[in-house]
Each structure stands twice: as C-alpha cells, then as structure tokens.
Write a protein that binds this ligand. Structure first.
Ligand SMILES: *Cc1c(COP(=O)(O)O)cnc(C)c1O
Length: 497
C-alpha cells in the first residue's frame, strides 16, 4: 500500500483487456463495510485505473494467451545444445515440497534437505567420475565462471597466478566459454577444429605454453561429435601445467557411457536443467553443479555440506555449536548455500526415479533418436561433419541458401509445420547451421513427423524457395524484423501515443 501522499504508479494495462473493457463491468467484489476499519490515511481516494471486466473475461484472456505459447507440453523441441526434454510432473511435485524452505534455515531443522543435496552431489560425482561437487552455481555460464575462479585460485596457490593469464577455447565452443574467461580477466586464445570436427591437436599444441591457465572443452562438442583424441588433448594441456575444464552442459549422450573424469578432465559442470529435466527458457531456471577432481576441491565455493559418522549433516562454515571452519582456500560463496534448490530437487527426483539403468537408457535412446532422425534427413540435407553423431547433429543449409532459402527461412517454415524450430546459426563454424537434438523421450511417430516436415520444406526450397521468405504465416506473430527486435526491443505493451 502506498504511503499517504505518495503517487500511485500507473499500472501497465494489457492491450486486449483494455479493448474488452466496458465501464461498469466487474468481477465478484467483497462488498463488506470492513473498509471502515482502514485508517483514513490509507484509504484509496480514487479508484485504481484498471480495465473494467468480468472475471470470466479475464480468465479467458489469460488462458488464450497461454494457448499461444509453444511449450514442451504441447510439442517437440528440437533445439540443439539446449535439451528441452520431458519433465516428469512428479519432479514438480517433489520440488514443491520444498517451496517453504528458507535459504538460511538452520541445518538442525533441514536434515532431509541436506541429505538430498549430499546424495545429489554423490550421484553427480559418480556419473562424471569426479571426486567433489558444488551445487551452488545456478547456470552453466555461472559454473564456467566459478570453475575459472577455481583455476585462478589453484594457480595462485602454486605461485603462478601472474604467469598464467590465458584460457584456450576451441572455435566450436559455446559463446559462454570465452565470455566467462574474459569476465575472469583471462586472455582468450581460440583454436580451430580439424576436418573431422575435432579440436585440431596441432593447433592446440601450437597455442599451448606455460602462460596457459586452462583449456575449455565440450565433449561431445557442439557439433554433436565425440572428441576422438580427447585423452591426448588433456595430456597436452597438463604437460604445460594447464587445467582442463569440461563444459558438460549437455551430458545427455554420456550417462553410463563414459565419464569425463576418466578421460582426463580436471573438472566439469553439468547443466542439470538440460540433462536431468527442468525445461527452461532463456535465462532459467537452471542449476550448473561444478564437479571437480580432488586437487581442485580446496578452492570450491563454501559452505560445504558435511556428513558426520552418525549420519547427520551440517554446513562446514556454520555449525552453531562449533568454531566455523572458515573459508580456507575457497573462492567464497557464489550463490546461497544450496544453489537453485528447486531445480536440484527435480534433478534428484529424475535420477532416483530412473535409477542407474534408466539413466543409461536415456543416453542410449538420445543417441538412437538423433541418429534415426539424421538417417531420415541425410538424403536431402547436407551434414556439416559427416560422422556418427551423439545426441545431436548439425546440418548446413548452405545448399538451400544457394537456392534462395536460408537456415532462418527453414526454421520459420518449421513453425508453419507446427514445430518449434531447431537451433540455427550455431555453432558459428558451420555456415547456415541447423543444430538438431530430438531428445530421448520423443516416440518414433513424432520423430517421423518432424523429419517429414523438414523433407516437405526441402521440397518447397526446390520448387518455390521464395515462398519460405514469408514464413511463419500461421503463427500469431509473423516474422519479426530481427535487427530492430535486437536493437530496439519493446519489452512490454505501450499505450499508443
Ligand atoms: C547451454 C550451454 C551453456 C550455458 O549454460 P546456461 O545454463 O545457459 O548458462 C554452456 N555450454 C554449452 C555447451 C551449452 O549448451
């Protein structure tokens, strides 16, 4: 309630609601005289400036808006690198059990919460082949940043902080990799990929030196391909005293198949919102646990969850009946104690309901689905690096572009076919890239329908490529002017002048 005399900010009015409004229409009001008990200073002098509508009109308006949305509950999401997978509804039920949890609640009254977090750490360590896990980072990008702070602290401890000022990233890397390195104050060196889509080992060796703090590698890389010489890559980085960071945003192809810890990585982050459910939009919600080998543990964010011999849990820095352990060599706190806990509960529930066997099956099915889809598309679309992909693959629409329809036109055409578009123009090293990840949960009928849609679009490109320039024609919003949308975004409805 505004203080008396303060100006009430004008509410932003929904356009449709304004158009539907008629003076005198209202929902069910509470018409008691209790307003008489409100102190004079707080009583509203003029009615709120709101559109006048009945309750069903308002409910229908918002229900209609929700129906304009495409979501994982309404259709397949083939977005490569993002993994918009099925989120079992029981995960949401489980997360809701913790909705009242306060981040600073004592360990004494939250033993079950700490047990869940501790067990999740153990499971992630086992899956990745690492020794310790921090659940704090709340996104992949934040986990990259955290890991690079850990690298810095590790080199500082060895007296090499000033000397090690470079981070190397492959040219196929996700954009967050060089961005995180730059935010940590590192210089970024890019190495090219070879003809098979791997890191070019000679180029990497040429870039390595004793001024290198670390190398960031995504495996399978953003071409959906397994790095064929990953152990040699890790050895080369270690030989000059550098550390190897694994970008494990998408672990969907690796569960029970191989472990980054066994391949030579010093640490890896996992986007649990991509690999272990929790569908996410741009900006979240997410969680990016950081899993490290023992030599990096001292630098992990604090507090840590400690399990005592008697099975009880506490935070190492804040046990009320003990001297706090202090920060030691830790980089400090990145996010409140338990990170983005609702997302972590979903990941925990996902793993516990599937079990080890189920998790291995998800990876096998994800790889099978991607390879099936690629087999159906290969005749009509060019594959960027034609090898057996893992859970996703990258096509190049360069041949279609020469006929007059770009990757963007094809993506917009998919909307008219009733599908969400794939990722396009990523990774950057593939011209007219179309990056497709079907996920393990789509049945064959859906994969076929999606392949049929892309094949119909390929036919359209051959017969009338220009017709795709108008797509989408069936969506509530037609094609945007992408330049103005990026440069001059209109983020909320504005009353026409
Ligand atoms: C999604 C993704 C990231 C970034 O993760 P966010 O949670 O969006 O910050 C980093 N690397 C790769 C390979 C990714 O796919």
């Amino acid at each position: 309630m505004p203080e008396s005399g303060a100006k009430t900010p004008e509410p932003a009015l929904e356009p449709l609601l304004v158009e539907l409004a008629q003076p005198g229409r209202y929902g069910r009001h509470v018409r008691s005289n209790d307003a008489a008990d409100i102190p004079e200073a707080f009583v509203r002098q003029a009615p709120l400036r709101l559109p006048e509508l009945t309750e069903p009109q308002v409910v229908r308006h918002y229900t209609h808006l929700s129906q304009l949305n495409y979501s994982v509950d309404t259709g397949m999401y083939p977005l490569g690198s993002c993994t918009m997978k099925y989120n079992p509804k029981v995960n949401d039920r489980a997360a809701a059990l913790f909705a009242d949890l306060h981040p600073r609640q004592s360990y004494r009254t939250t033993q079950g919460v700490l047990a869940l977090a501790y067990e999740l750490e153990q499971m992630l360590a086992k899956i990745t082949g690492m020794n310790f896990v921090s659940l704090q980072p709340q996104a992949g990008a934040q986990s990259e940043f955290t890991a690079l702070l850990v690298f810095k602290a590790y080199h500082a401890k060895r007296g090499e902080a000033a000397q090690r000022r470079r981070i190397i990233v492959p040219d196929s890397a996700h954009g967050t990799n060089p961005a995180s390195a730059a935010m940590c104050g590192y210089e970024v060196t890019t190495v090219k990929s070879d003809a098979r889509g791997n890191v070019d080992l000679d180029a990497l060796k040429g870039a390595l030196g004793h001024d290198v703090a670390g190398f960031m590698l995504t495996n399978p890389n953003t071409l959906g391909l397994f790095e064929e010489r990953v152990s040699e890559v890790c050895d080369a980085v270690h030989a000059v005293g550098g550390l190897v960071y694994g970008d494990g945003a998408n672990m969907n192809a690796l569960l029970g198949v191989t472990r980054p810890g066994d391949l030579g990585f010093d640490c890896i982050h996992i986007n649990v919102h991509k690999t272990f459910s929790t569908p996410h939009g741009a900006g979240g919600p997410g969680a990016g646990p950081l899993c490290v080998k023992a030599h990096l543990r001292p630098f992990l964010p604090k507090p840590w969850i400690v399990k005592e011999a008697d099975g009880s849990y506490h935070y190492d820095t804040a046990r009320e009946d003990r001297e706090p352990a202090g920060l030691g060599d830790s980089i400090g706190t990145i996010k409140q104690r338990l990170g983005n806990f609702g997302v972590l509960v979903r990941a925990y529930t996902y793993m516990r309901t599937l079990g080890e066997e189920g998790l291995v099956e998800t990876s096998n099915d994800a790889i099978l689905a991607a390879n099936y889809l690629l087999a159906r598309l290969r005749g009509r679309y060019q594959v960027a690096y034609d090898r057996t992909p893992m859970h996703e693959f990258v096509l190049t629409a360069a041949p279609q572009k020469r006929k007059g329809a770009s990757a963007l036109d094809i993506a917009k055409g998919l909307i008219d076919e009733g599908f969400h578009p794939s990722s396009v123009y990523f990774p950057l090293i593939v011209p007219e890239a179309m990056m497709i990840e079907p996920t393990e949960t789509e049945p064959k009928e859906t994969l076929d329908a999606f392949a049929d849609a892309l094949l119909r679009i390929a036919d359209r490109v051959d017969t009338d490529a220009a017709s795709l320039h108008d797509a989408p024609v069936t969506a509530p919003i037609r094609r945007l002017d992408e330049v103005s949308a990026a440069r001059k975004p209109v983020l909320r409805w504005q009353r026409p002048a």
